[in-house]
Design a protein around this ligand. Structure first.
Ligand code: AMP
Ligand code: MN
Ligand code: MN
Ligand code: MN
Length: 297
């Protein structure tokens, strides 16, 4: 990366339009890594990271595409974790996508997805929705990448639900048809893989977890104790009130702040790449850390 850009990251990080969370066809996004990179640049993104769920296969493609457009890029991943019975997501930034421990850990994390999808399909059949597995796989391509999002798209396509949010209010969540409990990685494993692969760990969308405020504080505390470095403050699923709430958490726990749209699809994401507001003042952006600056390509 150019010396000038690195200097901006150090001196004026808050003026850099960083979008460090999004999904491609290598997980539950609908755009290719190349299309995402082009869209990010068109949307004004100046530092971009691809963070597919439990998968780094799209990273090399995105990196090449970003290089061709002179868009500063970070390799990333969003690891699915089970913590106290709840699914929690940890974003790894600046990881080496070829690191064996990371690749193997992610492979194991993904390995339950196909069976879970079959179980989800069986449950949906019991409430009269037939062919959900086949329907979802049409959207996913690869069985090991099958996610609830692909089922959601099938339920919209087949007219059962109005849109994806409608699906997640009536199906596929705890207590509703199509929900299947899944054991993902542990928090300690996710952090270990990310750190071993040379990356920084960021707690994704902390407001999204359906846990008590006390449990949320415990989660952040444990994440910090395990060496977690950052927390998403401004992201696609936070309200402006929550930007302020997690800005206080970042300061309180001494965590770096991150920003990411969590973009999945033009028709589904209400926040486009690069369109989020800047971080609240006084926070230290994760992209101003020397470790991450050294990983920008
Ligand atoms: P999975 O990893 O298969 O459990 O799927 C999780 C994915 O479902 C997330 O990454 C989101 O893309 C999507 N998702 C979960 N909850 C919602 C929601 N309430 N609205 C829209 N998408 C959601
Ligand atoms: Mn997703
Ligand atoms: Mn997530
Ligand atoms: Mn995400």
């Amino acid at each position: 990366m150019s010396q000038g850009f690195n200097e901006r990251l150090r001196a004026y990080p808050n003026l850099v339009n960083a979008d460090l969370h999004c999904h491609s066809v290598w997980s539950d996004g609908v755009l290719t890594p190349q299309a995402l990179v082009a869209r990010a640049q068109a949307g004004g993104v100046e530092l971009f990271a691809l963070t597919d769920h439990d998968e780094v296969s799209g990273v090399a493609i995105a990196k090449d595409a970003a290089q061709a457009l002179n868009l500063p890029f970070l390799a990333g991943v969003e690891v699915s974790v089970t913590w106290a019975g709840e699914t929690v997501h940890i974003v790894g930034l600046g990881v080496d996508p070829q690191h064996e421990g990371l690749v193997e850990g992610l492979r194991r994390t993904r390995s339950g997805r196909d069976q879970r999808a079959l179980d989800m399909s069986e449950q949906l059949a019991k409430v009269g929705i037939l062919g959900a597995y086949e329907g979802a796989i049409k959207f996913a391509g690869n069985p090991s990448l099958l996610s609830r999002t692909h089922f959601a798209r099938f339920l919209v396509e087949s007219g059962v639900c109005r849109d994806v949010p409608d699906v997640f209010s009536r199906y596929l969540v705890q207590g509703k048809p199509g929900f299947v409990e899944q054991r993902w990685a542990t928090l300690a494993q996710a952090l270990q893989w990310i750190h071993d692969a040379g990356g920084l760990a960021v707690m994704a969308h902390p407001a999204r977890y359906r846990i008590s405020d006390l449990a949320r504080d415990q989660l952040i505390e444990e994440f910090k104790q395990l060496g977690g470095e950052g927390i998403e403050v401004v992201c696609g699923s936070h309200t402006p009130y929550q930007y302020e709430q997690f800005a206080r958490s970042a300061l309180h726990y001494g965590l770096l702040a991150s920003r990411g749209s969590d973009f999945h699809a033009p028709a589904e994401s209400h926040i486009d790449l690069g369109a989020l507001p800047p971080l609240p003042p006084k926070l230290r952006p994760v992209w101003s850390s020397e470790k991450l600056i050294g990983r920008v390509s």
